[in-house]
Design a protein around this ligand. Structure first.
Ligand code: NAP
Length: 379
């Protein structure tokens, strides 16, 4: 059934499968394009794809420009499906709207408008002014899902937070003595390394560093080299820890209180560690909010929080978790003293519990991967 949209464009010949394909192309840029959004595009003529592309790396050509170039003269009169509104300003590359107009594309179908202040509907308006019909909102929910971290940073100035942990069936991160290696099997651990390889930063608490001496790198490496961050009020991180020993190769940031020992700070800095003094806060959750704003100012888009229990509790208390990736092992540890996944103050009433939308459960090796996003009105 035909649906009229503004500017009297009829939508009955818009095919969501082409937008779905553009969305899957967009994902190929994950980890390489941030702080830009992932974007994909396809050029369709007489029901056939004649050009396609995605934004491949930060500073590189935009998806629609690549797709139109690949289509060449076949773009004339064709439909351009693009997951995000084409830009109309000079950024790192010239305006995409110019490339669309030069190509002679007959129609532009967009997933959603770009909230970037210099675009924000003006890209679509520019095309319409030039006589090109524009349809906005094809698979809009899916397109917005893809750009949620980008949009959060524009809206709040803070990165998207992915809390990742591995736990037993009874919700424990480790035994009472702190043994947690390994709760999950090699397949689950390999998948978690892929997540490490696409984020801007990986954060843990000093409790985890003292217990496990982790390296917190992606092995094998992914498209992005994440900085490692340790929350460590009193700079207790050992100079001989794997994190400090590798600080000259992979960035290591330690967030501490201003009152921590200056000698200790100097010793860490001499080993290549970046020490960040956090303003005195009345609650751990306030420190998290300060840190996230600080990371947003460095243009970070995605932060992975790997625990342990107290740190995850502070992120929960701060309302700072956007997404969870949990590995659930068919194993039970028991013991009241064994840390549960999320410590901190916790919710007082069930109505205050954090709930997730669209939880996905996938078997992985002997374990399960549970993924979901926190539902917020603005996302
Ligand atoms: N299964 C898993 O996925 C997984 C993942 C990670 C860890 N673990 C396990 O979890 C255990 C460690 O967890 P944990 O809860 O003891 O330690 P943690 O959460 O790693 O670290 C907690 C410590 O971080 C410091 N900190 C600084 N700022 C903080 C803030 N804003 N909020 C919270 N903490 C802050 C505090 O020490 P200061 O006051 O001295 O700074 C606090 O005691 C280990 O046994 C480890 O093996 C398991």
């Amino acid at each position: 059934m035909a649906r009229l949209v503004p500017h009297n464009v009829i939508m009955d010949d818009v095919h969501p499968d082409f937008m779905r394909h553009a969305l899957s192309l967009a994902r190929c840029g994950e980890g390489a394009v941030e702080p830009n959004p992932m974007v994909g595009a396809v050029v369709v003529r007489s029901g056939q794809i004649v050009g396609e592309g995605w934004h491949e790396r930060f500073g590189g050509p935009h998806a629609e420009v690549i797709a139109l170039e690949r289509a060449g003269p076949l773009a004339q009169g064709a439909d351009l499906y693009v997951t995000l509104e084409p830009c109309c300003h000079h950024g790192k590359t010239p305006p995409c709207t110019d490339a669309v107009l030069r190509s002679g594309a007959g129609r532009v179908i967009i997933g959603h408008l770009d909230p970037f202040p210099e675009v924000a509907g003006q890209g679509a308006a520019r095309l319409r002014q030039a006589g090109v019909p524009v349809i906005v909102g094809c698979l809009e929910a899916e397109a917005r899902f893809l750009t949620a971290p980008y949009r959060k940073r524009l809206r709040t100035g803070q990165p998207w937070v992915i809390a990742k942990w591995a736990m037993t069936l009874d919700g424990k991160l480790a035994t009472a003595s702190g043994d947690s290696r390994w709760i999950t099997g090699p397949e689950a651990r390999a998948q978690a390394h892929r997540l490490r390889g696409r984020v801007d930063g990986i954060l843990v608490g000093i409790g985890t560093v003292l217990q496990d001496d982790p390296l917190l790198t992606a092995r094998p490496p992914g498209p992005r080299l994440a900085a490692r961050i340790v929350l460590d009020h009193h700079l207790r991180i050992p100079l001989e820890s794997q994190l400090v020993r590798s600080a000259t190769e992979v960035p290591l940031w330690v967030m501490h209180r201003a009152s921590a020992s200056p000698e200790r700070r100097a010793a860490l800095e001499a080993r290549g560690v970046r020490c960040i003094a956090c303003p005195e806060a009345t609650a751990p959750a306030q420190e998290i909010a300060w840190l996230l704003t600080h990371l947003g100012q460095q243009s970070w888009t995605n932060l992975m929080v790997e625990g342990g229990s107290q740190v995850l509790g502070s992120f929960l208390a701060a309302g700072a978790i956007d997404e969870v990736e949990v590995y659930l092992a068919p194993m039970m540890i028991g013991g009241a003293a064994a840390p549960s996944a999320i410590g901190g103050p916790g919710a007082a009433a069930l109505q205050d519990a954090l709930t997730l939308a669209a939880l996905e459960a996938t078997p992985i090796g002997k374990d399960w991967c549970l993924r979901g996003r926190v539902q917020r009105p603005e996302s």
